[in-house]
Ligand binder design. Structure first.
Ligand code: IMP
Ligand code: MG
Length: 178
């Protein structure tokens, strides 16, 4: 286990199995719709790669960069777009792909922003959901795992840009960020 990781919360095998279940669910709903998956950089990159392969329907992928100003491990509330879509989404079925739904501030902002562009629909798939921490009124349509109210890293998620490459989601030792 890398230095700084206290324990594995969701193993590589658990994640892969759950991603396949989610993929099958999404495929049923979007077959023939030619959806656009929009990954929220950078945290969703690994989940995005796995989910689009497991959904398997004809689709497009795009990415957005969103920076929510934060002080280490929590969002402060101000959101800013750092990379916009590369194509128009008018009339399209959009699926936002996110690593973790925490306060919900980022996704509430992003969903509103995308709805302003007149897509046919916008749904959210998130690998992890921390419902206890919600500050915005937002729910994900597809959730991989409900996550305890602790700071997690791996499978795309970082602490100070580290640990994104771990194939599992783990708990960080408190001394790393305190
Ligand atoms: P929200 O706007 O508070 O929902 O923040 C969502 C973003 O905060 C996620 O996309 C992550 O980038 C980051 N984040 C929230 N909780 C965690 C965590 O436990 N580990 C790593 N990043 C997190
Ligand atoms: Mg993120």
């Amino acid at each position: 286990m890398p230095k700084g990781i206290k324990e594995v919360l969701f193993s590589e095998e658990e994640i892969q199995a759950r991603v396949h279940e989610l993929g099958a669910e999404i495929a049923k709903e979007y077959e023939g719709c030619f959806p656009i998956f929009i990954g929220v950089l950078k945290g969703s990159f690994m989940f995005m790669a796995d989910i689009v392969r497991s959904v398997g329907v004809d689709c497009e992928v795009d990415f957005m960069g969103i920076s929510s100003y934060n002080n280490g491990t929590t969002t402060t509330g101000a959101v800013r777009i750092t990379k916009d879509l590369s194509r128009d989404i008018e009339g399209r079925h959009v699926i936002i792909v996110e690593d973790i739904l925490d306060s919900g501030i980022t996704l509430a902002y992003l969903k509103k922003y995308l709805l302003n562009r007149d897509p046919a629909s916008v749904k959210i798939v998130t690998l992890l959901d921390k419902p206890e921490r919600r500050k915005s009124d937002i729910v994900a349509d597809y959730v991989g795992f409900v996550c305890p109210n602790e700071f997690v890293v791996g499978y795309g998620l970082d602490y100070a840009e580290k640990y994104r490459n771990l194939p599992y989601v783990g708990l960080l030792k408190p001394e790393v960020y305190s």
